[in-house]
Design a protein around this ligand. Sequence first.
Ligand SMILES: NC(=O)c1ccc[n+]([C@@H]2O[C@H](COP(=O)([O-])OP(=O)(O)OC[C@H]3O[C@@H](n4cnc5c(N)ncnc54)[C@H](OP(=O)(O)O)[C@@H]3O)[C@@H](O)[C@H]2O)c1
Length: 259
Amino acid sequence: MKTAVITGASSGIGREFALLADRLGIYDEIWLIARRGERLQTLADSIGTKTKLLLLDLTEPESFAQYKKKLQESNADIALLVNSAGRGKFGTLPMQTEQEIDMMIRLNITATVMMCRHSLPYMHSGAKIINMASVSGSIPLPGLNVYAATKAFVRNFTVALHAELKPLGITATAVCPYWMNTEFISNARDTHASDTVNNFMLIYEPAPVAAGALQAAFADKSELVYGAAGKIMVSLANLLPTDLAVRVWNRFRRREVKF
Ligand SMILES: NC(=O)c1ccc[n+]([C@@H]2O[C@H](COP(=O)([O-])OP(=O)(O)OC[C@H]3O[C@@H](n4cnc5c(N)ncnc54)[C@H](OP(=O)(O)O)[C@@H]3O)[C@@H](O)[C@H]2O)c1
């Protein structure tokens, strides 16, 4: 049974990955992972491929034990793993609660690593891992500090994993988009720190980003920086001294530019 496993499938780009995996028609089963069961059920009803719904809170260590058990029971052959579950919170460190900080680190970092670790024994040559990083991982970002640092981790972890897995014929691709039109931004702003980041001049739809990510994974790329805005941001990050890049971000982040 060729299986695609997708975390964060209940919304945004994770949902788009599930729709694309269905359309590709090369997977026998798609495992959809998130907390909101009704969302996953509606998605499952709209696609033709057999699905399995795993209602897991990926900030809870117990969820990885449950995932491991499901893998043992089904003896799945994971051909695609997409780690899309992720959350961000705007705000400087003193503005953020312990729970918000802990949630970002557990979900963006620990869950991504653990999902890869537990899935790998069930992956074979030709299998693909896609981890959602972000262009925010390319520069230290005041006001988005912890989130951006988690994405720097995801990017570095994934590119190194790609090299580690090369002898096994398995690839790992870090996907680094600019802003995307999903629930992410409203969730990130839904706090006491809602005006910390206000510049959303350029925003991409998640469907083409998911398509580009799958294309990059099938082309065995370790990283995809999506879109002109993302490429400019990463180029500036590479060209400018870090403190100057941080000052440029700080200058623009609070300017109210809406999409
Ligand atoms: N949107 C952007 O501007 C942007 C830009 C760059 C990178 N990214 C990254 O892209 C990825 C997808 O984000 P998105 O834009 O598609 O946002 P989204 O629409 O908010 O989707 C986030 C997904 O994560 C799941 N999730 C959240 N908390 C969870 C938990 N504790 N356990 C399990 N699942 C959880 C959500 O499902 P439930 O709530 O149902 O659990 C949802 O399916 C994230 O890693 C994000 O950091 C986003």
